[in-house]
Design a protein around this ligand. Structure first.
Ligand SMILES: NC(=O)c1ccc[n+]([C@@H]2O[C@H](COP(=O)([O-])OP(=O)(O)OC[C@H]3O[C@@H](n4cnc5c(N)ncnc54)[C@H](OP(=O)(O)O)[C@@H]3O)[C@@H](O)[C@H]2O)c1
Length: 264
């Protein structure tokens, strides 16, 4: 899996190319991309030195691994030349919701299809990616795939049934935390802080809490208990979470994300 061609050059492809080059897994000359009608392919090529081909048919024919990094809705508009490129090679798909059997219908001559679910913290090497291959990978291919995905952060091999569940938790999860941070900033403003100050406090608190969680090794519940003196301010806030059933809201939201992934 020496040469890699990316189909799609958006946020996730950019994160993967960045990780691969930064970790010196491939040289820029070994990577190429094509995109749709906007400028993403050109921008990615200018930023990283990889090749951008306007026509998918011009992607390097000696490509060993094709990374499918477009949106699920864009799959039907892919250039048929991509099928030829995938023939006899491996296909690594980051497309949300598309099952291995569906991908095999699009690319019947792919040698191996690997479905994965990364997340946006991968763009700074702090991501989490779960993957599942259509068949057992050889030790060399397994090392190669785990190396490529590992450039985004942690990697885990999971059964395919879990991918839609992973999508709901770590795939979409960063957005949940960003939304909570935005809500906390808004709450700060509502209780009287200047907007800029409220934003700063919410961001720093989110970042600090995440680092504490990582560095302490303690469970989230233990860390929560450590901030919560009986009858104190945190308890007053947490009682509101319980009253409004925060955990049920989070469970419902995650279920909706899983169901949407199953629908796609
Ligand atoms: N963002 C996330 O948090 C996240 C996390 C995990 C998985 N994913 C999955 O990753 C995939 C990509 O997401 P993204 O956020 O990177 O999307 P994105 O930024 O919108 O990028 C999509 C890319 O696909 C290209 N494209 C569109 N039509 C094409 C075509 N017919 N042929 C070739 N390329 C085409 C677009 O090109 P132009 O725009 O230049 O036309 C663009 O470069 C999605 O399936 C998503 O579900 C995303």
């Amino acid at each position: 899996m020496k040469k890699i061609s990316f189909i799609g050059a958006g946020r996730m492809a950019t994160a993967m190319v960045g990780g691969i080059l930064e970790n010196k897994l491939r040289k820029s000359a070994e990577l190429a991309c094509c995109a749709g009608n906007d400028d993403t392919g050109r921008i990615l090529a200018e930023k990283t030195g990889i090749r951008f081909l306007e026509q998918a048919a011009d992607l390097p024919p000696d490509t060993d691994l094709v990374v499918l990094a477009c949106k699920p809705q864009q799959l039907d508009n892919l250039d048929p030349a991509i099928r030829q490129l995938v023939k006899g090679n491996s296909l690594l798909s980051i497309v949300a919701g598309k099952r291995i059997t569906t991908l095999q219908e699009y690319f019947p001559e792919a040698n191996t299809v690997i479905r994965c679910m990364p997340n946006t913290p991968g763009s700074i090497g702090e991501g989490f990616t779960a993957y599942t291959p259509s068949e057992n990978l050889s030790p060399e291919d397994s090392t190669s795939i785990e190396g490529i995905l590992g450039s985004l952060g942690e990697v885990l091999h999971v059964p395919e049934e879990w991918i839609d569940l992973v999508t709901a938790i770590s795939g979409s999860g960063p957005a949940y935390f960003f939304e909570f941070t935005a809500a906390l900033a808004e709450a700060g403003e509502k209780i009287g802080l200047p907007a800029e100050m409220a934003d700063k406090l919410a961001r720093r608190t989110f970042i600090g809490a995440a680092k504490l969680l990582e560095q302490s090794g303690a469970s989230p519940v233990d860390l929560r208990i450590a901030v919560t003196s009986p009858g104190g301010t945190t308890q007053a806030a947490l009682e509101k979470f319980t009253e409004r059933k925060l955990r049920e809201i989070v469970a419902e939201a995650s279920k909706a994300a899983r169901d949407r992934s199953l629908e796609l």
